[in-house]
Design a protein around this ligand. Sequence first.
Ligand code: PLP
Length: 439
Amino acid sequence: DHALNDADPEVHDIIRKEKDRQFKSLELIASENFTSRAVMEAVGSCLTNKYSEGLPGKRYYGGNEHIDELETLCQQRALAAFHLDGNKWGVNVQPLSGSPANFEVYTAILKPHDRIMGLDLPHGGHLSHGLMTPKRRVSGTSIYFESMPYRLDESTGLVDYDMLEKTATLFRPKLIIAGASAYPRDFDYPHMRKIADSVGAFLMMDMAHISGLVAASVVGDPFDYCDVVTTTTHKSLRGPRGGMIFFRKDPVLGVDLESAINNAVFPGLQGGPHNHTIGGLAVCLKHAQSPAFKTYQKQVISNCRALAKRLGELGYRLVSGGSDNHLVLVDLRPMGIDGARVEKILDLASITLNKNSVPGDKSALVPGGIRIGSPAMTTRGFKQSEFMATAELIHEGVQISLEAKSLASGPKLQDFLKFVASPEFPLQDKLSELKKRVE
Ligand code: PLP
């Protein structure tokens, strides 16, 4: 049996290059993080070899005594990490990732074509919450269910709860979904609970982005108000790529969530669980109960505030005016530039973040904003002063983007990208200077 570099130098080399990229760049994608060596060891272990369809003690394959022990430990740690009473809450740790976890919940509690309401994608929601465009039902969620997204109040950048309430009263959804991919504020769970109750809907929170912050109790607690809580495990929680579904044990609206959700995961939508991921998740959930994890999450928030403050001083408009969590959404339109051009230039300078729609945007391909997150660089040891310096580096990238835009041969994004990639690109020196400072 050979080590990877002997068995497959090609893949080994690609991994080495990716590791180098991760090490050298400023990783500011709000949904990414650096998991621990211990988690990666579990993920790269023999656990990947085992089939274990079913749940602990009820498997469809032999040889599962250790896998049972592992999954039970992972479940216990999941409940403990989120301060949950095992008599009231249960958890399924088998979802392969966040989108499957969400679809499993829908499969469990809805019938095809039942109505749902989630935050609109251009306003910060996630595809799996039911993205619709005027032309097309984009995500599976909107193909199999009837989706009527709620939105932000564009003048404040905050969820428009009044509009949600009015629409829900007319649309009468069976499920309301809280949670987002690009929302810098906390959700008002008591208000959403009230709206859900008034129309007889389930309330689910997809806490994928903020689950680490929830575990550390540095943002509001969705478990106090929701019936179901889903999450990915690889964002602020800093675990392996995966998903979890938490559910109330008492029946809700006449539905036994425990059996409905467990059955939707397997055999409804999945086969064998990824035991290597469950092993890594168990390790992550042990970390998540440590004082060091709480300190880390507090730093994630402090760093994000420092970043927001410095960006504000540099003249940037932030959607909602700031941040209560791990991300900021910058509206670049007042600067005369868009997220796509800035993302490209920053990428060339080893600053990794993503273009993002901002309220009022016309195009998803050339959106007006960028999303910047603090979890990954906080793991790398950044404190407030480094995040302030990061804001300045981003500002320099924006200046280069503006200059490049004014020099490009035409007004289209393609003209800009072609120009930036050409060997005669006149801003090469500025960019490599910026890149050197980043690295
Ligand atoms: N839910 C939210 C709020 C997300 O932001 C994401 C991913 O970014 C997901 C779900 C989907 O997770 P995955 O990419 O693991 O399917």
